[in-house]
Each structure stands twice: as C-alpha cells, then as structure tokens.
Design a protein around this ligand. Structure first.
Ligand SMILES: CC(C)(COP(=O)(O)OP(=O)(O)OC[C@H]1O[C@@H](n2cnc3c(N)ncnc32)[C@H](O)[C@@H]1OP(=O)(O)O)[C@@H](O)C(=O)NCCC(=O)NCCS
Length: 178
C-alpha cells in the first residue's frame, strides 16, 4: 500500500471508484469533484485528467484565489483506494474552514483501516511540502474522520459553525515538528 501521484496506471480502478462515489447516496451532498467528472470523458482521455490533477500542484496553472494542492492516491496493488489532497498553504477561508488536507476513501473500501493509513502516509508528504503544522477539519458529526485525525496526532483547537452546511466544523492541528 502506498501513496502515488495521480497516474494513468490506475485508470480502470479509478473510474470504478468514481462510479461508487457518484452512487453513494449517504454522502450525496459531498464529492463535488467526483460528481463533476464524466465517465465518458475519463474513459476517452484519462491522461488529460491526470495532467490536470498534477497541474494543480503548480502555481502557474491555478485559477485566481486557489492555492497549489498536491493530490496523492492511495493504492493497494494496482487498485485505487482513495485520494488525499494537500493544500500547500492556507488562505483565510482555508484557515477558517477546510484546512490543509482533505481525503476520502472509496465507498467499497471503508472500514478497513485505509482512512487511518492515508493520513498517516500523507503527513510526511506535507512536511516535505514545507508544512510544519497541519490544519485538518471535519464535520462534528463525522465520527470516523475525527478518529482518524486524533489517531494521527490531531489536537482539537475549536468547534466552529459552518453556515454552508449547518453542521459545525472541528478544527484540529497536527504538529510535524520543525
Ligand atoms: C471518513 C473516511 C475517510 C473514513 O475512511 P475509512 O477507511 O472507513 O476509515 P478507517 O477504516 O481507517 O476507520 C477509521 C476509524 O473510524 C472508525 N469508523 C469507520 N467508519 C465508522 C463509522 N461509520 N462510524 C464510526 N466509526 C467509524 C473505525 O473503527 C476506525 O476507528 P479506530 O481507528 O479506532 O479503529 C471515509 O468514510 C470517507 O471517505 N468518507 C467520506 C469523505 C470524508 O468524510 N472525508 C473526511 C473529510 S474530513
């Protein structure tokens, strides 16, 4: 099991995962990025998607107001398991709400420890990107995510309202040392 940069090697498995995310009723308001993807387009030109994802890590390819973010994919053998995104720096909005890191595990692979693993493997990557203190947030109702963050050293700073969803956010910091 390892983190890799987005790669065409995982095309088939990634597309299967996107179908799972699209079909996930429980989290129907989440996964904007997955829902926006067209299976037909991915099948036709996966290389462009990979290139787009990799490009988001570079300053010169970003729309105004976006900070660079490196996406890693958690893979097990040749199977895509989940995605973790590390934003290289915080904007006032990210500081208030979304933090440095976001992740998801594909629905068919949950409850098997992959969530804990994806964050554990990503923290050294965040450090390599120059982040010494990582802000991670989750919905106050997201029990699994809270456990993942705390298991990986997250210290709760506060609980703040999130008018977008009506569900409070928990804001945690993980100290990666200097
Ligand atoms: C949150 C998410 C990443 C968890 O992934 P996962 O692979 O199921 O997590 P794990 O199997 O590593 O489980 C992590 C912990 O949560 C617990 N857990 C898992 N699912 C749970 C659930 N539905 N309710 C309560 N606890 C749960 C596990 O027992 C484990 O606890 P432990 O370490 O004390 O044993 C996954 O559900 C997901 O992708 N959700 C949608 C996106 C999301 O919420 N991302 C987080 C954004 S902050």
């Amino acid at each position: 099991m390892k983190l890799v940069l987005p790669s065409a090697e995982y095309k088939n498995s990634f597309i299967e995962a996107v179908k799972e995310f699209k079909a996930d009723q429980i989290n129907s308001t989440r996964y904007k990025t997955y829902r926006a993807l067209s299976i037909v387009e991915l099948e036709k030109d996966f290389e462009s998607y990979v290139e787009f994802k990799r490009g988001r890590a570079k300053d010169e390819k970003l729309p105004p107001g976006r900070v660079p973010a490196t996406d890693f994919w958690l893979v097990d053998g040749n199977e895509f398991i989940g995605r973790i995104s590390i934003r290289h720096r915080l904007t006032p909005e990210l500081l208030a709400s979304h933090g440095h890191i976001g992740y998801d595990i594909r629905p068919s692979k949950r409850g098997q420890g992959y969530g804990n693993k994806i964050l554990e493997l990503a923290l050294p990557k965040a450090k390599e990107l120059g982040i010494n203190r990582v802000l991670i947030t989750c919905d106050a109702t997201n029990v699994a995510s809270r456990k993942i963050i705390e298991k990986n050293g997250g210290v709760l700073e506060n609980q703040v309202p999130n008018p977008e969803t009506g569900v409070d956010k928990l804001r945690f910091w993980i100290d990666l040392g200097t």
